[in-house]
Design a protein around this ligand. Sequence first.
Ligand code: HEM
Length: 532
Amino acid sequence: MDTTYHDESSELYLHPWTKIATILLITLFLPLLCISTTRSKTRNPPGPRALPVIGHLHLLSARLPKSLEALSNIHGPIMRILMGPTPVYVISDAATAQQILKAHDVDFSSKYPLGFGLSRFDIYDDSSFVNAQYGPYWRFMKKLCMTQLFAGPQLGRFVHIREQETSKLLESLEKKSRLGEPCDLGKELSGLANCIICRMVMGKRCAENPELPSEIRGLVRKMMEKAAKLSFVEVFGPLKRFDVLGNGRRLVAATWEYDRVMEEIMRKYEVDGDVYSHRGEEEEGGKDVMDILLETYRDPNAELKLTRNHIKKLFLEIFFAGVDTTAATIQFAIAELINNPKILNRLRQEIDTVVGSTRVLQEADIPKLPYLQAIVKETFRRHPAGPLLRRQCNVETKIKGYDIKPGDRIIINAYAIMRDTMTWKDPDEFVPERFLQPPAATESGRDSDTNIYQMDYKGQDCRFLPFGSGRRACPGTSHGLIVTHTAIGGLVQCFDWKVKDSDRIDIKLVTGYSGAMALPLICYPISRFDSI
Ligand code: HEM
């Protein structure tokens, strides 16, 4: 007889097989249980139902800012979408944007490339400033941009370049007016923005070779075209690794072409360094941006060791970030003015009164032209050239009760925010006056402290974000603003505009991530003065 005493009534009694099974279950499933408990504690924002592998790519049109706006109208101002396998938090209201860009600025000061798949085809992948993580390299370059490259005194030194290039554009349009020829305004304006930047960054080589700006423009355009050929699914989708259509390889080849030209330019600067070193800052051959960067590159005591790739990539990013943004904004403004003759006439009256007709508007006139300033602001609101702001989280943070973790990616949809009806009355209308007058009372639910006319470009008020906000805001803001104001003013002062084959311009957005205009703006300039 088995004398072992089993008190079967005891709660502790377990059959040996049951014991083994229990231990196995605990060992196998406890970790999973823990993970799922932690997961269930994580609060994710709402979002649409995702498909396996592609996530939400099927819901995103090539006009990304617009399709994200449409989704946020359904799912709310903070939503989580999957771009392929990668989650992205999309913010579409000013209050949440304020949390990320201002209250938690440092925690969200890193960035990621928007076309994540593109980095494989980027020969300078780890030398980017625009996509850099928040760290020593980004801080060093930001300081250099703000103190030496594009701000304050450096901008003042380049005034003659901006004035000469703007005059050249007006003269060429005057010639077209005399010959009764049309112009592709977008192309002319890209040429203007490109020549100005090219002369600022490598003025010496441009002085020797006046064809250099268009050569560089050609190389940058080629790269942009190759990048644009990469379809949405090739960039974000599950097959992005395979480059099945070969568009990635072609982009790499175009970048190497740019690299060769830049290397040659840099070598020439290094050889000529001594020849130029005696020249004063104000001279045409004085320090340009390339000189400053090469000096830093050679400086053994520099805070950070710059590489040649850093310099080449920075120039590329400046051409990407500074040329088409500026040209597109001026083009949108002129298109809106052609479509709104009353606004055009009011602006022209202001310019005629303040500047007159014996000289062309100059940078120094801008502060005396409030209606021009309001038109520029309204253009930036309706047609932001940088409609999506990217941020990456550095520290675990709660935003509006949702958990955001280090590495999580954020898109702030500035396009949607600058059309939010909670702030903007008739957001689809082009109304520069909203930036002149305090808004009407607040029966419609708008904030009573809405001082739209006081909003500036610094991104302090996250309802107006044309140049972003916080640490990662655009370092080219002052340059961009000067060029857009003077070009729009000059084009309105000097010409009447007639559209080819129509009275109005069809202002459609281009497909892609940016906010450029889809159709070329072909129009006839008709000179208002005998000569400029
Ligand atoms: C009308 C013209 C321009 C517009 C509308 C514009 C707009 C923007 C926007 C929205 C951003 C992102 C800001 C953020 O994420 O908070 C940005 C970043 C940037 N912009 Fe501009 N920009 C213009 C002109 C320029 C020019 C002329 C330059 C250079 C000379 C420039 C260089 C840059 C760079 C380097 C960044 C990245 C900054 C960083 O990540 O720290 N931009 N720009």
